[in-house]
Design a protein around this ligand. Structure first.
Ligand code: BG6
Length: 258
């Protein structure tokens, strides 16, 4: 029975990869919308995958924020640092999240968990463009930005558009625009519709989706049936093929229409 289940899961993973147009998917059992502990299992799966995918030696790992990423951070251990020198970086400057789930905090936590290093990107939120521009000229900010551009691995989640817009306290003008444009998902501060067309982008510095093409190791971790549409839209249109998706049955079954 256990073997049958495993075979079934492997088949679902292959079918999901085919539908999403990416090379690899992993499905953990359960639905994280209903059982929060499923997130721990996804986090463990990310940790195991990174241990296989990351090269030996120096690694620059850019990470995004969010509640999923916070759980992933909890599951990383010093095992990942065996034969590796890890530096975690926030993939993009602040995108309006509360402190504990900001990319800066997540990269700090991942460094702590693995015994690695981290660099923060201190760019305050809600700045006018006039104040923002000269900040980018700061050598300390420039340095972190160039490390981000050199990263060999990225770990990120995918969010549901309206949920993310509200959590980030975006203006009602933008929220209405996102509704009119039928935004379904968000990743890296990009909002996109069901076809994966970008309808709005939070103007922030750091990694842009087009930079991902050259990055060898990309792990996207997102689960729960509520994220199914966002995952499909992002994977089909925006994700580079080498992206590994780590998800749960909640999202996978609703994509596979099981
Ligand atoms: C944000 C990331 O912090 O978390 C987004 O910037 C991502 O790219 C989102 O979509 C997902 O959040 P959560 O809480 O659903 O994991």
């Amino acid at each position: 029975k256990v073997v049958d289940n495993l075979v079934g899961v492997r088949q679902d993973e292959q079918e999901l990869s085919r539908i999403l147009g990416i090379e690899n998917c992993l499905i953990v059992s359960g639905d994280s919308d209903e059982q929060p502990k499923v997130l721990d299992a996804m986090g463990k799966s990310v940790a195991a995958k990174l241990a296989l995918l990351l090269p030996e030696g120096k690694n620059l790992i850019a990470v995004m924020g969010g509640t999923t990423m916070a759980q992933v951070a909890d599951q990383l251990t010093t095992r990942l640092s065996i034969k590796r020198d890890l530096t975690f970086l926030p993939a993009r400057g602040g995108v309006g999240e509360s402190v504990d789930i900001q990319a800066n905090s997540i990269s700090g936590k991942m460094a702590l968990q693995t015994g690695g290093n981290h660099r923060a990107l201190y760019v305050p939120e809600q700045l006018s463009e006039r104040t923002y521009e000269p900040l980018l000229e700061e050598p300390s900010i420039q340095e972190v930005l160039s490390l981000i551009k050199e990263s060999n691995a990225v770990i990120h989640s995918i969010g549901e558009a309206m949920h993310m817009a509200k959590r980030r306290d975006m203006s009602s003008g933008i929220i209405n625009m996102l509704k009119d444009d039928k935004a379904v998902g968000e990743a890296f501060g990009y909002f996109f519709d069901a076809q994966g067309k970008v309808v709005y982008k939070i103007p922030r510095i750091g990694l842009q989706i087009e930079d991902l093409t050259h990055i060898k190791c990309i792990v996207a971790v997102a689960g729960g049936h509520s994220k199914a549409e966002a995952i499909v839209a992002y994977m089909k249109q925006l994700a580079p093929k080498q992206t590994w998706l780590i998800t749960d049955e909640g999202a996978a079954n609703s994509i596979l229409k099981k």
